[in-house]
Design a protein. Structure first.
Length: 198
C-alpha cells in the first residue's frame, strides 16, 4: 500500500474528522495509505442508465500495534455526520453516512468473527433460543480463543471500539472512503463507499 501520511492524529474529510482515542481520550497516531482494493463501482441510475463511479479518496487508516497496550480499549470515531450500520461481508463490517454532498464509510476487519458466531450459537442453544431460530450474543464473549485484536461497532455507529489481544499482527487497518454524490442517486453512492470498505 502506498503511504500518504505517517503518524497523523486526525483525518479531515468532507463529512467530518476521524481520530483514534484511548480510554482517557488521548489521541493515537496512525498512517494513511491508499486502499489496495481500488476498483470501479457500477450501478443503474434512476433514469435507467448504467453508471460507473470511482473515487480517489479510498484509503486505509493503519494503526501500529506497537502503539497499543494489550487489553486496553481504543475507539476510532468519525465526528461530523451521523453514521448508521452500513454493510458487512465475510469478517468485515462498515458504518456509513452522508453529508455536505458526500457519502462516506468507515470499515473494520473482524478477525474473531467466526469465534464470536460460534459462541453466540452455543449461547443461544443453551438458552433455548435456537428452537425459535434466534441467535443472540452472550452477555460477554470468552476471549481465550480470540487472536490478533477484537473490534466491535460503537452503539451510536460513529465508528468502532477495539483492543489488542496479542502481538501477532503488526497493524490494525480500518478502510475509509468518501465520494461526492448526486442527490438523485445518493443511495447508490452510499452503497459504493460501503462496497469499498467491506
Amino acid at each position: 500500500m502506498m503511504v500518504l501520511h505517517e503518524q497523523i492524529d486526525s483525518l479531515k474529510t468532507p463529512c467530518g474528522t476521524v481520530h483514534i482515542i484511548d480510554e482517557a481520550g488521548t489521541r493515537i497516531s496512525f498512517s494513511l495509505r491508499k486502499n489496495p482494493f481500488d476498483c470501479d463501482y457500477e450501478f443503474e441510475s434512476k433514469n435507467g442508465v448504467a453508471k460507473v463511479i470511482h473515487t480517489d479518496t479510498n484509503y486505509c487508516i493503519v494503526v501500529s500495534s506497537a502503539l497499543l497496550q494489550l487489553g486496553k480499549e481504543y475507539k476510532i470515531v468519525l465526528e461530523g455526520v451521523t453514521l448508521e450500520y452500513g454493510s458487512s461481508d465475510e469478517r468485515t463490517v462498515c458504518v456509513s453516512g452522508k453529508g455536505n454532498g458526500y457519502c462516506i464509510a468507515l470499515g473494520a476487519y473482524l478477525p474473531n468473527d467466526d469465534e464470536r458466531m460460534a459462541q453466540a450459537y452455543a449461547y443461544s442453544e443453551r438458552m433455548g433460543l435456537l428452537a425459535n431460530r434466534i441467535i443472540q450474543d452472550p452477555p460477554e464473549f470468552d476471549e481465550h480463543k480470540f487472536f490478533q485484536y477484537d473490534a466491535d461497532m460503537l452503539d451510536d455507529y460513529s465508528g468502532f471500539r477495539f483492543h489488542l489481544i496479542d502481538r501477532t499482527h503488526a497493524e490494525i487497518i480500518f478502510p475509509i472512503a468518501w465520494i461526492k454524490s448526486e442527490v438523485c442517486d445518493e443511495l447508490n453512492y452510499q452503497c459504493a463507499v460501503e462496497f469499498w470498505t467491506t
